[in-house]
Design a protein. Sequence first.
Length: 289
Amino acid sequence: MPPPPADLPRLLPRPVEASKRDFGRVLVIGGSSGMAGAPALAAMAALRSGAGLVELVVPEPVAAIAAGFDPCVMTRGLPSDSEGRFMAGAPAGLRDAIARADAVAVGPGLGRSDAVRELVLVLWKTIEAPAVFDADALWALAACASPGEHAGPRLVTPHAGEMLRLLGRDPGGALAADRAFLETEARRMAAEIGAVLLLKGAGTFVTDGPREGRNETGNPGMATAGTGDVLAGVAASLLAQGMPAFEAARLAAWVHGRAGDVAAAELGQVSMTARDLLDRLHVAFQALA
């Protein structure tokens, strides 16, 4: 496989005397009934990407399931509605966890409801730490005219359909295949909302408006459920370790794609799952040494 690009951001070497608290604490907020795996994948990916501590907060009905994926992840449940989604009042229950976090990932498996939409908008506006907004959090952001100001760095990670929804267009329309249009709009939106935008897909595109980059790792076998959750966890981990959002997005996209390429070489594209990417993140990071 080709070597990493010379200008690809890298994590700094770890000091000999380091402790887990030197590498950041990631908070993953997500989950709903039937969707415990999505936030768990993000949390496990954050650990595999070097975060010292990872806390996962999910609705109470799926807390035990989410906790069962990895004993290294700290898991906590909050009250839910009848459908197993976060209920109104969740921001108050998240306050302490957010205050402890060095980076936050919002959205994997979150579900969709009025309470979820309000939760995401509050988190968008108030989280002071760098935060990744992905999956159902993007549905919530698209449901309002404008997400408004935000208190800290933001990384938004839509695929083509989610990008169209953010633009107020049909997520299943023909424009989903118009990469030039989507990238133009990504530049505009990133500059408009003051965020880094990572547009997923072949040749993943990263921009903050003035700057941009395109990733060349990855393959069609990665078009399977859960791979976006892994990417969100990788990005949140890099943010927690102190990497600026644009650089974190570029490195996360490369590492994620490289892990996918390693998995495809071993298993073939047809049989790959998101768990296979998770289990090969270490190979991608080793290639950066």
